[in-house]
Design a protein around this ligand. Structure first.
Ligand code: UD1
Length: 329
């Protein structure tokens, strides 16, 4: 059996995909440059190569060595705000990284590619829930770098026969229910880890705007459990293997949760009170975004197992509270 090569497999979402791949009986090779990933996230016995996808020679060598049947590509920078400050770094890592990887795939004959994309390709969507037909108007270099790859893939398929699946994640959240893996990034700018790190370090959490046109005035997002994202990758892989055509899918729960509801869920999971401060809106934040994932449900046969936000947040709290220093603890 040929292995599946997972770039960014030592990172947050990639490591959960590796776990699901192994559970489904696959052989896995993890490639990670460890700039944000952690060796501790890679299970014992899984082949690991420290490499950067921008390094064509190394990627070609790795592909030749392991002969994977498919590549799942998670390795990327992911912070929207940071991408506005560092567009060149984002295009270099997120766009050039894919270009070199696809070149190495072309040159070694690997024909299946599963790509991590994002709801950020929609920018401020006009229609909620958001379907894949929503207009694509990213508002950051991060979202734009992902969209640029999406737009490159049909041409790459046509010329070199590399089939692909693009998965557009909404807000990835939670951690493995067994508590073995989770997010390890104290600098995370997203709401749930910030609130939890704040509780662990006696800090406070800001609510960015309470004057949105939403039921409680705070921003509403679609928080999708990271293990559900992982299982969607397995479904996407099986579909490509069974001759399914290249396509794009939203991955979300279809339910919106407000910032205040997240804060309550964090307090409930931890049994502690957060020191909450009200701040003004964060530039570029839409009021509300949630997914229509019916296409993934019908075509991939995927649906999220975690639909209760308190349960999702509890898995995050379980991981962070038992690993206060991440993989070092
Ligand atoms: C997230 C991801 C982005 C992804 C997008 C997909 C991060 C940093 N961002 O963006 O990569 O493409 O989903 O839709 O992972 N908030 C506060 N206080 C805070 C932090 C956040 O009130 O300290 C609010 C925000 O204003 C927003 C909500 O919480 O309403 C969620 O914010 P965040 O977790 O940063 O995610 P997104 O901005 O939605």
């Amino acid at each position: 059996m040929k292995p599946i090569l997972v770039t960014g497999g030592a990172g947050y979402i990639g490591s959960h995909a590796v776990k699901e791949l192994i559970k489904s009986g696959r052989k896995v090779v993890v490639v990670d440059n460890l700039s944000a990933g952690h060796k501790g996230a890679v299970p014992e016995g899984v082949d690991f190569e420290q490499a950067d996808t921008r390094d064509y020679d190394k990627m070609r060598d790795i592909l030749e060595k392991y002969q994977p049947s498919a590549v799942m590509h998670f390795a990327a920078f992911l912070a929207v705000g940071e991408s506005v400050e560092k567009p060149i770094e984002y295009y270099d890592n997120n766009l050039v990284g894919v270009l070199r990887l696809l070149t190495a795939m072309r040159d070694t004959g690997v024909k299946q590619f599963i790509f991590s994309s994002t709801a950020a390709v929609y920018g401020q969507p006009e229609n909620i829930p958001v379907t894949e037909k929503e207009s694509l108007k990213p508002e950051s270099p991060y979202g734009q770098s992902k969209l640029a790859v999406e737009q490159m893939l049909p041409w790459v398929e046509r010329a070199y026969g590399i089939n692909y699946t693009v998965l557009r994640y909404f807000n990835a959240a939670g951690a493995d229910k067994d508590g073995e893996i989770g997010l390890d990034n104290e600098n995370a700018t997203n709401l749930i880890p910030k609130a939890i790190y704040s509780l662990l370090h006696n800090g406070s959490i800001e609510i960015f705007g309470t004057d949105y046109d939403t039921p409680d005035g705070t921003g509403v997002r679609d928080y999708i459990h990271v293990s559900d994202l992982a299982t969607a990758h397995i479904k996407a892989l099986e579909r490509l293997e069974n001759g399914g055509k290249s396509d794009i899918f939203n991955l979300g729960t279809g339910k919106g949760t407000s910032v205040k509801e997240i804060i309550s869920a964090v307090e409930k999971a931890s049994g502690k009170k957060l020191d909450v401060k009200i701040s003004s809106r964060r530039a570029g934040d839409p009021a509300k975004v949630w997914a229509d994932s019916s296409k993934a449900q019908s075509e991939l046969g995927w649906s999220p197992k975690y639909t209760n936000i308190e349960e999702i947040v509890a898995t995050s709290w379980n991981w962070h509270s038992t690993h206060p220093d991440g993989y070092k603890s």
